[in-house]
Design a protein around this ligand. Sequence first.
Ligand code: CU
Length: 288
Amino acid sequence: MTTTAPPPAAPDEPEAPTNRPPSMHRVRNWIRRPYARWVMVLTVVIGFILLPLCWLLLAAMNQSGAPASAIMEDIETTVFVFTLVSIPITAFVFAVLVYSLLGWKHVSGDEVPEDESPAIRHNMVGTTLWTVVSSVLAMFLVVWGLIELAQITSNSYGTVAADEQPGGDKALIVNVTGQQWVWTFEYPQYDGVVSDVLYLPKDRAVYFNVTSKDVVHNFWAVELGVKIDANPGAITQTGVTPNKAGTFNVRCAELCGLHHAYMETQIQVLEQESFDSWTREMGGGRTS
Ligand SMILES: [Cu+2]
C-alpha cells in the first residue's frame, strides 16, 4: 500500500517584515500600488462630480413651489442629507467600476502584474476600516431617519387623537374622497361646502379625513409633503399646516385604473381672510 504525498502547499502571500504589523504593512503596500492611487483619485473626482446632485434634487422638488410646510422642509432636509452621506460610497464603487473597465485593459492573459498583488481581502486593517466606516454612515442615517420620522409624524399630528385636533377649534377639517378619477374636498365646519380644488388657509392646522368610494387611491398633496392611502370603507387621517400661500398640486399616488395619471387637482393656499371670503362665496357659514 502506498501513501499519497500531500499536495504541495500553495505559496503564501509575501510575508510582511516582522517589525511592523502585517496588516498595516499590507495596507501601506496596497496604497502605494498604481491602481489603488487611481481608485482614490477617481473616488475624489467622482465624489465632486456627484456633489451637485444634492442641490439638483432639491431644485427638482422645489420646481412647483415646495416646500410649503414644515413637513416638506423636513423631507427635503432628509433627502439632502441621505444623498450627501451616500456620495462617498457611491463615488468609491464607481471609481472601482471605472478603473476595472478602463484601467485593467493592459493586463493580458491570466498574468497579474507583480505590483497588483496580493489582494487585501483578508487584511484586518482594511476590512475593519471598510466595515466601521460603512456601519457608522449607515447608523447615522438610521438615527437621522428615526428623528426626522418622529418630527414629521408630530407635524402631521399623527400621534394626536382625532378628538384632540391641533389648535383646538381653530383646526380646519377637510374630508377628502377619492374616486376614479377625481378628488372631492368637503368642509364640514362650513355647512359642508364641497369643492374639487383644495382650498386651505395659510398658517392654520388642517386635519384630513381621507377615504375612497371605489378602489384604493393615495392622497398626495405634493408641495405640502402629505401622502396617505385613501381606502374604500375606511378613513385614514393625517394633517399639515401650510406655511406658504400659492398654487400647489394634489395627485393620486396609487395606481387606480386607466386614468390614474390624470387624477390630479390644485391646492390653493390663501391668507385666512381670502379663505373666509371663499367659504362665504361657496355658501358656507362657519358652523363650528
Ligand atoms: Cu390613482
